[in-house]
Write a protein that binds this ligand. Structure first.
Ligand code: ADP
Ligand code: MG
Length: 277
């Protein structure tokens, strides 16, 4: 097996009393795609955010190749997210006032490329994803599937090492979702990149090279220190009881000027404004 490029050891993250992540080990190598599954509230997005340097774990470590990335400054993590990583979320990721081609060119321009030099690869990527002729459309003038392909083009235009996707087809009908997922898997394989994709869809998980399941912040099958996990731990498929720690916390407000967030997640950090902040 080829050595993993992104690895995490003993990741732990608390928001309240109960851990959202509780000692997770993870590794993904080039050309590999890992589906992250598990009930709602089990820690899937938190894992993704810790792996991607959006969020800092309370304990444990994350490495990209040999470099420890969880301890980097916010500025350096932000640079890493723009240059080595790519993100695909369920909603709310395109800037509504920009035409498709500028949305795609954005990460390149943020990386210092001149507008014209950034637009060229952006248009090529849109063409590759079957969006020729739609370069000037604003997100509101595109179908859901087209908008998600624009978001995909923007994720891939930087030639990332790792693509993080959080329920990327959750808002699409099945045929469109399958198409978007097919393009995502093909491109990631073509770039020899790694893909970490949170999904509820067993069909998507089946197309990935590997599936992991998270329950209550732990990889399924990982015994809890001091005892075996049993059903009487009380973690139902539907997630945590309403009186669990963390339930009923206020929603996090989007940053001023951030793109409106319409994601399904409770805390609003599934938007690209967070990733590039
Ligand atoms: P999933 O993506 O599997 O649905 P999350 O990773 O979003 O789950 O959440 C895991 C747990 O952490 C949940 O109990 C959730 O309420 C809590 N949580 C996640 N993000 C935050 C946050 N920013 N502030 C407080 N609690 C959070
Ligand atoms: Mg989530």
């Amino acid at each position: 097996m080829r050595p993993p490029m992104l690895t995490a050891r003993s990741l732990t993250k608390h928001f309240g009393a109960a851990p959202a992540l509780d000692g997770v080990d993870f590794g993904v190598g080039p050309g590999e795609s890992v589906a992250v599954t598990g009930p709602s509230g089990s820690g899937k997005s938190t894992l993704l955010h810790c792996l991607a340097g959006i969020m800092r774990p309370d304990a444990g470590e994350v490495r990209l190749f040999d470099e420890r990335i969880d301890t980097l400054s916010e500025r350096r993590r932000s640079h890493l997210r723009r240059t080595r990583f790519a993100f695909l979320f369920q909603f709310g990721q395109l800037l509504p006032e920009l035409p498709a081609e500028e949305n795609v060119a954005l990460p390149l321009m943020l990386g210092g490329k001149a507008r014209r030099a950034a637009l060229e690869p952006a248009r090529a990527e849109l063409r590759r994803l079957g969006l020729e002729g739609k370069e000037d459309r604003r997100p509101g003038e595109l179908s859901g599937g087209e908008a998600q392909r624009v978001a995909l083009a923007r994720a891939l235009v930087v030639r990332p090492a790792v693509v993080f996707a959080d329920e990327p087809t959750g808002a699409l009908d099945q045929a469109t979702g399958d198409q978007v997922m097919g393009v995502l898997l093909d491109t990631v394989a073509g770039l020899d990149a790694a893909l970490v994709v949170v999904t509820h869809d067993p069909r998507i998980a089946a197309r990935c090279t590997r599936t992991i399941e998270i329950r209550d912040g732990r990889l399924s099958g990982t015994p809890r220190p001091g005892g075996e996990r049993t059903e009487s731990d009380g973690f139902a498929e539907a997630g945590r009881p309403a009186d669990a720690p963390g339930a009923g916390l206020p929603k996090r407000q989007p940053a001023p000027g951030a793109a409106p967030h319409s994601g399904a997640g409770p805390y609003g950090h599934e938007s690209v404004a967070e990733v590039w902040r």
